[in-house]
Design a binder for this molecule. Structure first.
Ligand code: FES
Length: 156
């Protein structure tokens, strides 16, 4: 495991490197295949629009520095497009539409409660403790950074 010492942090800062501290990272499949491909693709189901709606919702709530939304290539859940996965808890959602984004953001990404109606099958790892809530950060000048509220897991 790589541990960043103060010296390494200073060196990274001097090089202008910035490592964001993300509390959740969401990968949205935007993979595109030809229209005649029998596997289909999340692009044909609206993957880019879902990604854009997620990014916009995070920005609107001031969460885009704590929660990152990124494109993903094929997540091997093509029949359930649009597919997405949320880390670090590895929660997989399928058949996600733009209309589902507010619920995913508010209930899961902020509230720490899985949106069960969109879950893909076979996720036994979700039977453990609750997921951590995320408190939106106050503006930089408004005071100390809020900490990740941990419900049964150690903050990272
Ligand atoms: S194309 Fe999206 S999961 Fe395969």
């Amino acid at each position: 495991m790589l541990v960043l010492t103060n010296g390494r942090r200073a060196a990274a800062a001097m090089l202008g490197l910035h490592m964001p501290f993300l509390q959740r990272h969401v990968f949205v499949c935007t993979n595109e295949r030809p229209a005649d491909n029998p596997k289909g693709s999340c692009a044909r189901c609206g993957g880019a629009a879902v990604r854009d709606a997620l990014k916009a919702a995070l920005a609107e709530r001031g969460l885009n520095k704590q929660i990152r939304a990124n494109n993903a290539g094929c997540l091997d859940q093509c029949a359930a497009g649009v597919a997405m996965v949320v880390y670090p808890e590895q929660v997989w959602y399928g058949h996600v539409t733009v209309e589902d984004i507010a619920e995913i953001v508010d209930k899961h990404l902020v509230g720490g409660e899985v949106v069960t109606r969109l879950l893909l099958a076979e996720q036994p790892h979700l039977n453990g403790p609750s997921l951590p809530r995320i408190e939106p950060r106050a503006p930089a000048s408004a005071g100390p950074k809020p900490a990740l509220v941990s419900l049964g897991r150690k903050p990272q």
